[in-house]
Design a protein around this ligand. Structure first.
Ligand SMILES: Cc1ncc(COP(=O)(O)O)c(C=O)c1O
Length: 385
């Protein structure tokens, strides 16, 4: 159990909490104070050193960030690459598969759009996407994947946590299903990494991608790619850049000499300011501990779910906190109206089609959940029966 002093200090990292009830961390966690300090440090090195900042600070910071990601995932350093976005990470992974004998890709219809777009865009290369349909808009039973994966399936690409329902997919069992049938598993872990204790080696997944906008508290512009060790040496991605080379600084334009590590999936110059804020966010996460974060998430989100059910709302998310990330979604015909009404009262939530989405983080309080429920109560009455 963290001390009350620790909890206060972690909340104080987020000045936004002085003004607002912020319940939108599954979209973007606000910048913590130490992230702002890291940005200032980045600016200082740039101002004072110009190009020498690369060798004196920035290349080292990028190496350190790869190590940070590896620690968070339980991966080895050489299994991790830096990416500008999850979308870009998926494109380079997709470019490394051969679709000659297996041209089918399986995705869930409740997955984040880019998880489908990546493979739909490969129709010209013969890729066919089969969507498994969530029976309730919130969960995807493993049997549905089991049924969809066959001897034509190259891979399954799906979320570890679904972005509108918070449902935690059992990616370990899914990996077993895929591998039994000769397919790979590519996991979008954007909504899970930093929120849920996770050991990527134990999960058995082939690839996992994620980024720093949300539970890693590091802001936009930085993402990561994990490739399981045995997936690296034979991989020949065609979507790549000079940072994917063994030694980019030989500046050899005439040959491709891929890095022997997961760096072979990288592109060009990474966003250095994003690396600074990412490192700060991950440092805060490690200080708090992902187990503590998870416990806070369960308590806060369940308080919202139970209160909303008492008021008569219909859930778009999974009811039980054990099977769900802190994402709480409530059905509403005009979710933007609810978002605006709450914002007018100082409570920041978000919407997705047909859903009001609330996502508390460790820095929120029980009292904030109760205040939010009070604000929600009259808005529920506007829902037609
Ligand atoms: C599950 C999931 N995947 C991917 C993304 C976006 O990835 P990117 O914008 O880095 O491509 C998000 C949210 O923005 C997400 O929730």
């Amino acid at each position: 159990m963290p001390s009350a002093g620790d909890v206060r200090a972690w909340r104080a990292e987020f000045p936004i909490t002085e003004k607002y009830i912020y319940l939108n961390s599954c979209s973007l966690t606000p910048l913590p104070k130490r992230g702002a300090a890291a940005l200032e440090e980045y600016a200082r090195t740039w101002i004072e050193l110009g190009g020498r900042a690369w060798s004196q600070h920035w290349v080292g910071a990028l190496d350190d960030l790869r190590a940070d990601f590896a620690r968070v995932l339980g991966a080895d350093l050489d299994e991790v690459a830096l990416e500008p976005a999850v979308s870009a990470a998926l494109v380079t992974i997709a470019s490394s598969f051969d679709y000659t004998t297996r041209n089918k890709v399986v995705v869930a219809d409740i997955d984040f759009p880019t998880d489908g777009h990546t493979w739909l865009a490969l129709a010209k290369a013969g890729v066919e996407v089969e969507f498994v349909h969530s029976p309730d808009g919130a969960t995807v039973p493993l049997e549905l994947f089991e049924r969809a994966v066959d001897d034509r399936t190259a891979l399954v690409c799906t979320g570890h946590v679904y972005y509108t329902s918070g449902y935690i997919q059992d990616v370990r069992r899914l990996a077993e299903i895929c591998h039994r049938k000769g397919a790979a598993l590519v996991v979008d872990g954007y909504q899970s990494i930093g929120a849920i204790p996770f050991d990527v080696h134990a999960s058995g997944v082939d690839f996992l991608v994620g980024g720093t906008l949300k539970w890693l508290m590091g802001g936009p512009g930085m993402a990561f790619l994990y490739a399981r060790r045995d997936r690296i040496a034979g991989a020949k991605p065609t979507a790549l850049g000079w940072w994917a080379m063994r030694d980019p600084f030989t500046f050899d334009v005439q040959h491709i000499d891929l890095a022997p590590t997961a760096r072979r999936f990288e592109y060009g110059t990474p966003a250095v300011p994003a690396a600074y804020t990412a490192r700060a966010g991950i440092a805060l996460l490690e200080e708090i501990g992902v187990d503590t974060v998870r416990e806070r998430h369960k308590v806060l989100s369940q308080r919202l779910v139970d209160g909303a059910l008492t008021q008569g709302w219909q859930l778009g998310c999974v009811r039980d906190a054990e099977r769900r990330s802190p994402i709480v979604t409530l059905r509403h015909p005009e979710p933007a109206h609810v978002v605006d009404a709450l914002r007018a009262k100082g409570c920041i939530v978000d919407s997705r089609p047909g859903l009001v989405r609330l996502s508390p983080h460790h820095f929120n309080t029980d009292a904030e959940m109760d205040a939010t429920l009070e604000l929600l109560a009259p808005l529920r009455e506007k829902v037609p029966a």
